[in-house]
Design a protein around this ligand. Structure first.
Ligand SMILES: Cc1cc2nc3c(=O)[nH]c(=O)nc-3n(C[C@H](O)[C@H](O)[C@H](O)COP(=O)(O)OP(=O)(O)OC[C@H]3O[C@@H](n4cnc5c(N)ncnc54)[C@H](O)[C@@H]3O)c2cc1C
Length: 563
């Protein structure tokens, strides 16, 4: 965890040193500040290497803030007979649950079974028995239709047979990235957001570092190995040393609804009535999230992904069919978000929902690329990257070896009861998110700032701390990634603007003009990418067609229960 009272990243200072020609030589440079890059930085610094991570926008700006928030073993892998992968994912899930309660928490899932839909109770129960066994827990059972209608009042009765109950875990994905980054920086790593790598530095065909633009100048940073952790963008950076295209970008989108819209207190898994793909409804941060879709993302990767009209219809259609009395409409939607999954593609014609979702690591002339995978397995991906990079790194004798049993997250010095005796649940949440800094975060709050904001779990105390210590450059960094208030409050949380203006002015010295420019920027981003699609935006968007001109399957023959 970052040292108490200091920023976990000192951007200006590090960039100034680079401009002076200092801090330009590293053992490893990692490109991409999502969960993959953060995990590599964590393991590289733990191993004793001098490692630098560079992110073109904000930390977790890419897919790692737009997932379905599940830390899971992957029932899909088990369904496909891949026991090893499932066991590894489950081991990581259990490790994260142990190490970061409050950030990664167990959540029950009721997977609904309806007449005529595969798999039925027997097959599903057998899978779950094995799933739990591989995780070393026993937490599954069957609920009949009556129990389900009691648990989820208003559920459509037609064909409802019951549900298989099991547990996985839920997280706040961008806070997970932040926490991993903070641990890495505390262990000696460096990370810069808003620093784009323009190209690889090549010498005689070998990768020797990266080139960044810095205003009108260019900065060259050198390292014997560069890690390409750019997720859905991986082919682009890799293209300089290998033209092969391996990543198939698939978009998945979600709706965020207020809690009162649906009686869902644990995850509800459902087969979409039209295409029998699995879709989930789950409580998250005081709201309800519905998703995901799964389709080829044909738009430019550099513009932020957003949900389409067809995806909104698809998700609402499922809600109307499963909760016919609930009359949920577009007006209920608080926010939306869309992410692009870096799936290691096979042939384009393959149904998106049937593509494998595990990771791959390639090595090309000193560039180690890791793409695919999921949040859950970030530590394993990082260890695979280190293994592939080993040949380029300084002799192992001088560095500490990675110990499989060492914690990813350091143990906070206080228990929840010691931190906030009268609010232990909130204290646990803060310890999960801030680790050792949780107490300093509370101590830095001004009177009244430790109260929960409008039904969410977030507080102004966390906003002040983030602006002061968490490399916030823009208002959207704070509202969409350090906190998720922009997804949980109507109009992206505009009601907080007065309070936030004061915090930005206190902590970063923003004047009214700067604040206004940030508000304008935030409104544009939120309207275009986190609200319902506007008619104008839809008109300018390419339709969801395959290159062959056919309608893209939002709707596919799904056989899995995977986010
Ligand atoms: C809809 C959806 C639901 C999902 N649900 C789950 C789930 O429930 N559980 C789970 O475990 N996984 C889930 N996943 C998968 C998981 O979210 C991703 O595998 C993971 O977030 C990928 O992380 P990453 O770091 O590889 O990529 P990213 O998070 O996209 O990070 C890559 C980063 O590289 C940066 N970058 C690109 N080019 C450059 C450059 N030139 N210079 C500097 N930086 C650059 C980008 O800005 C980006 O921030 C889901 C994915 C999607 C799309």
């Amino acid at each position: 965890m970052a040292a108490e009272g200091t920023s976990f990243v000192d951007r200006d200072q590090l960039l100034a040193r680079m401009r002076r020609g200092e801090a330009c030589d590293w053992d490893m440079i990692i490109v991409g500040g999502g969960i993959t890059g953060a995990g590599v930085l964590r393991e590289a610094t733990r191993a004793g290497y001098r490692a630098l991570l560079l992110e073109q926008r904000d930390f977790a700006w890419g897919t790692s803030s737009r997932s379905s928030k599940m830390v899971h073993g992957g029932l899909r892998y088990l369904g496909a007979g891949d026991f090893k992968l499932t066991r590894h994912s489950l081991t990581e899930r259990e490790r994260l649950l142990r190490e970061a309660p409050g950030l990664v928490d167990r959540m029950g899932c009721y997977f609904t079974l309806r007449k005529g839909v595969f798999p039925g109770r027997r097959v599903f129960s057998m899978l779950l028995w094995l799933y739990d066994r591989l995780a070393g827990i026993k937490d599954n059972h069957y609920c009949d239709a009556e129990q389900m209608r009691e648990k989820f009042p208003g559920m459509a009765a037609q064909g409802l047979q019951g549900a298989c109950y099991y547990t996985d875990a839920v997280t706040d994905d961008s806070r997970l990235v932040l926490r991993v980054l903070q641990e890495s920086v505390a262990a000696g790593g460096q990370a810069l957001n808003y620093t784009r790598v323009d190209e690889l530095l090549l010498e005689q065909g070998k990768v020797r570092g990266v080139i960044l633009s810095d205003g009108d100048e260019q900065l060259q940073l050198r390292a014997p190995v560069v890690v390409n952790a750019t997720g859905a963008w991986a082919d682009k950076l890799r293209g300089q040393v290998n033209p092969e295209k391996r990543v198939r970008p698939l978009r998945g989108s979600h709706l965020v609804l207020p809690k009162h819209c649906l009686p869902v207190s644990e995850t509800l898994g459902l087969m979409h009535p039209v295409d029998k793909r699995s879709v989930f409804i789950f409580p998250w941060e005081g709201a309800i999230v519905v998703g995901t879709t799964d389709l080829d993302h044909t738009e430019a990767l550099d513009s932020e992904a957003s949900i389409s009209e067809q995806e909104v219809d698809y998700l609402l259609q499922m809600l109307h069919s499963e909760f016919p009395q609930q009359t949920i409409s577009r007006d209920d939607v608080i926010a939306t978000y869309a992410g692009v999954r870096p799936v290691i593609g096979s042939e384009k014609s393959k149904d998106p929902s049937k593509e494998r979702r595990d990771h791959a690591v390639w090595e090309d002339q000193g560039l180690v690329t890791a793409s695919g995978g999921k949040l859950t397995t970030f530590r394993l991906i990082a260890l695979d990257v280190l293994k592939a990079a080993q040949v380029y790194l300084p002799a192992a004798g001088s560095v500490k070896r990675n110990d499989a049993d060492e914690r990813v997250f350091s143990m906070p010095p206080l228990s929840a009861a010691e931190l906030l005796p009268d609010r232990p649940d909130w204290a646990q949440r803060l310890l999960g998110r801030y680790g050792a800094a949780a107490k300093s975060m509370l101590d830095a709050a001004k009177p009244g700032e430790d109260q929960r904001i409008n039904g969410t779990q977030f507080s102004l105390a966390e906003c002040r701390w983030a602006v002061r210590h968490e490399a916030v450059q823009h208002l959207d960094d704070l509202l969409l990634r350090r906190t998720r208030l922009g997804l949980l409050l109507r109009q992206g949380g505009e009601q907080l603007f007065d309070a936030l203006q004061g915090i930005f002015s206190d902590e970063l010295g923003w004047n009214p003009q700067q604040w206004q420019a940030e508000v304008t920027r935030y409104r544009q981003i939120w309207q275009a990418h986190y609200s319902l699609p506007s008619a104008a935006a839809e008109e300018n968007k390419p339709t969801e067609m395959t290159p062959e001109g056919e309608r893209q399957p939002l709707i596919t023959e799904g056989d899995t229960h995977e986010q």
